[in-house]
Write a protein that binds this ligand. Structure first.
Ligand code: Q46
Ligand code: ZN
Length: 323
């Protein structure tokens, strides 16, 4: 297998592009893909300050690395989710990367700032960990980007993530989600920061190769809650299709973005944003979804505490106190 650009021995084969590359040409291919997304999708300008959501995984660290290499003004934001050893390791890898490359890293500790980590939140609300985790991450990333004066918020979502999300949204006909599924979500209000996904044309395998070739030390372990997420099932199904028909994933997403997404926009902006009465972040209701979730979690936690105190005393709890 030879590099299609220079004829040297190839180290990376890309069946979906019917090509193969040596190390320097693969790294150039990767940067060209990112550059193309930035230019074509107008994600951000040279003067913009970009906050990158970094988990310590291959995608977010590769994104931070490539944007910093290309000379963009970047800083990272790591949210410590408190998911046991996985979160400690994620933080360590992120911190080490930022120190090695002299990049600014901000950290938010979910339990420290909001009172519970993802595991406690999930137990208290009796909801799947990913639902509270996903909502918290979206909210905190936007809020931190706004309060710290960033122009754009970038995440490391890749082609596999985006096609799995697309498949899930189609299977459940989530029209609202489909209307908003885009590599660039422009700011629709002063406090809603533009969200961009510069790696959306690159696969997981491709970002892993970029990270390995640059010696980026990323966390290999998956989040222990990941197996519960339906996205893994969708990724498996799409991988089988891709193996039979190289390029299928890319066509699936590209054709959705080019042919279908604009049609779903009708009525998508028919809502009025106002400030959440509790936190001041933009929302369509009185309380934003994040504050509603935390209010419910706090109330339940207090109720349980009262119940435990009563149960350990002489009085038996009433039915009302139990529930
Ligand atoms: S970190 Fe959070 Fe993911 Fe873990 S709990 Fe689910 S959403 S799987 S990307
Ligand atoms: Zn709020």
């Amino acid at each position: 297998m030879r590099c299609i650009k220079c004829g040297e021995k190839a180290i990376m084969e890309l069946p979906r592009h019917n090509s193969a590359f040596c190390k320097p040409d693969y790294l150039e291919y990767f940067e060209t893909q990112v550059e193309r997304v930035i230019r074509r999708r107008r994600t951000f300008n040279r003067d913009d300050r970009i906050l990158i959501g970094v988990s310590g995984g291959k995608d977010s660290l590769s994104l931070w690395h490539v944007l910093a290499r290309m000379g963009y003004k970047t800083a990272g934001l790591h949210i410590h989710l408190g998911i046991g050893e996985y979160s400690s390791l994620s933080y360590e890898k992120t911190l080490r990367f930022s120190e090695q490359h002299g990049l600014t890293l901000f950290t938010v500790d979910l339990a420290g700032k909001y009172g519970m980590n993802v595991t406690e939140l999930s137990r208290t609300l009796r909801r799947a960990p990913c639902s509270g985790c996903g909502l918290s991450k979206r909210y905190i990333l936007n809020r931190e980007a706004y309060e710290r004066g960033f122009d754009a918020l970038a995440t490391g979502h890749n082609l596999d993530d985006e096609t799995a999300t697309l498949l899930g949204n189609i299977l459940h006909w989530q029209i609202g989600h489909l209307a908003r599924q885009s590599p660039v979500l422009p700011s629709t209000g002063e406090k809603l920061i533009k969200r961009v996904k510069p790696l959306y044309t690159l696969t997981e395998r491709e970002t892993a190769a970029y990270a390995l070739l640059h010696g980026i030390d990323y966390i290999l372990e998956e989040c222990p809650n990941a197996w519960k997420a339906k996205s893994l099932l969708y990724k498996d199904a799409l991988a089988r299709i891709e193996a039979e028909s190289p390029g299928a994933k890319q066509r699936f997403l590209t054709q959705f973005l080019e042919a279908a997404q604009a049609r779903l926009q009708v009525g998508a902006d028919d809502y009025v944003l106002r400030d959440c009465v509790r936190c001041g972040q933009p929302t369509t209701a009185e309380l934003c979804a994040f504050c509603r979730m935390w209010q419910q979690a706090t109330e339940r936690a207090e109720k349980r505490k009262r119940y435990r105190e009563t149960a350990s005393g002489r009085e038996m709890p009433t039915l009302q106190e139990r529930f």
